[in-house]
Design a protein around this ligand. Sequence first.
Ligand code: FAD
Ligand code: N01
Length: 555
Amino acid sequence: MPDQAQAIARHVDAIVVGAGFAGLYAIHRLRQVGMSVQAIEAGDGVGGTWYWNRYPGARCDVESLEYSFSFSEDLQQDWEWPERFSAQPDILRYANHVADRFDLRRSIQFGTRVTSARFDEGANRWTVETSRGDRYTASFCIMATGNLSLPRVPDFKGLDSFKGRWFHSALWPHEGVDFAGRRVGVIGTGSSGIQMIPLIAEQASELTVFQRTANFSVPAVNRPLTPEAAGRHKANYAQRRAEARRTPFGIAGHAPPTKRAQEDSDEARMRTYEEKWGTGGNISFLYAYTDLLISAEANETASEFVRRKIRATVRDPKTAELLCPDDHPIGTKRLCLDNGYYETFNRDNVSLVDVRSAPIVELTPTGLRTTEREFELDDIVFATGFDAMTGAILDINITTSAGHSLAEKWRDGPRSYLGLAIADFPNLFLITGPGSPSVKTNMVAAIEQHVDWVVDCLAHLRREGIDRIEAVDETEQRWVAHVNEVGDSTLYPRANSWYVGANIPGKPRVFMPYVAGLDKYRDICDRIAGEGYQTFKLGTPKGATTEREGARVSG
Ligand code: FAD
Ligand code: N01
């Protein structure tokens, strides 16, 4: 590694950390307004989530025609999605296509992790250091580090002693894994576990699923996307995107519910849920009634409908009961979409082990041991999730010359203004940060909204000759209170989910997403921009430049 003190810093207008969908779009937009940009990506390729999560069955849970960029009409008309919910290799192919089509790669340094970022109050610039010993300085720093990008392997005793192979869903080998003839254990039954279990079951000689918490899942009803269906969608693509922008989840094509659950008779409600179950998709299901995520009583009708489906599908009554979630209202964790998950437990080579009543004690050289018994395993798959929403940001040592440290500031949980900016950390922006709708929406829609807002803001500052922008402490406090108030008016905080950091021992319990809806959030952001960003502390204008004149390096 080069001597860090001697490494020569290269200056750009903006550093972007991450080259997932957020980083890619940020590079494109920053260039459009004439700013020089350098992106730094830990992986060896673009795509973020879709670069790392290569486990069998990985696919999106928002329909591909919606879970894709809307910023280029040509791109959305040209690109052909093979399936209603496309699989990881196709989404990764798309990310690569976007990078090539818009010539983004030349601005990305791959295989490099940002380790620290420090703001110099005197010079109004960030210095960013990397795992390779590079140093960059930048006027602005944009964290496109992802909400689900720091994988978490539980701290099991004995992991090093295990003689078989082990994998994490988000660190999957690029060459794939052959499970044929192997005794496989999968730990975790979140979205990743639920997607991979049916496929691993088809290969493994024996599959043991270690479940701590049963999760709700509804059928994806995935299918090939015919040219006719895609053509109908594309004929009105611009209108559909405009419609999506006016919805809470950033997804068009689902009529908003008009009734509360109790306004229907039991029979009518069952018919509604049955129809939604047959249509497939989580948005469709949660859009059955207006109050499913607000009223516990209403929610219970939907929760119980799914439990009945599980009992009707899984032949062994004990296994079925174990698979029935009973500790959280449906939809308060991200509702999983599956392709034959519950049916998989009818296979002779699949068994379900409850590790809530008998927790895993340790990994052994030949498998693992719970408080009740030992399991012999050739392979262990951790589908155990992520240090979500704050993990990747806090993994970078973010400080300022005024003595502020983000790790210190967020010790009791994340605080931000709009999920976009942080008081005491000028010229730093988060894309889909905690306090924004982010993970409660179609993330590509949320990413586009955030990146557009940030780049429009930077272009405005440049026009005004302003080189500094900072969130104000009191405004930030009011925003955090508002995010909590909205969260508390729903059932979401009741679940022990990664939305509240419950999956990480010792992580402060804070409900992180803003759940008023992407549409309402967009209005708030637009109003702030329209009023000249007055809710922020802005630097003193130093004489205006045009966007083009302002560009220094075409990065
Ligand atoms: P990411 O895609 O996570 O990219 C962040 C990038 O930053 C990563 O490549 C990472 O390597 C890099 N990075 C992080 N820290 C550093 C550092 N210090 N230095 C250098 N590089 C760094 N959302 C939906 O809306 N619909 C879906 O169907 C959906 N499916 C999903 C399926 C899976 C398996 C997972 C895990 C998530 C899914 N999500 C889904 C959420 C998904 O994360 C987002 O949709 C979206 O891809 C996030 O893009 P991003 O660019 O913000 O973050
Ligand atoms: O992770 P998770 P994920 N012992 O945190 C269990 C997106 N995504 O990778 O609930 C035993 O949801 C843990 O148990 P518990 C999506 O937003 C989308 O599956 O903590 N078990 C849980 O069962 C999703 O929400 C898709 O009790 C342990 C599981 O591991 C997010 O990513 C696909 C354990 C982790 O579930 C994260 O999903 C994949 C321990 N020590 C991901 N520690 C789509 O379908 C953890 N667990 C689009």
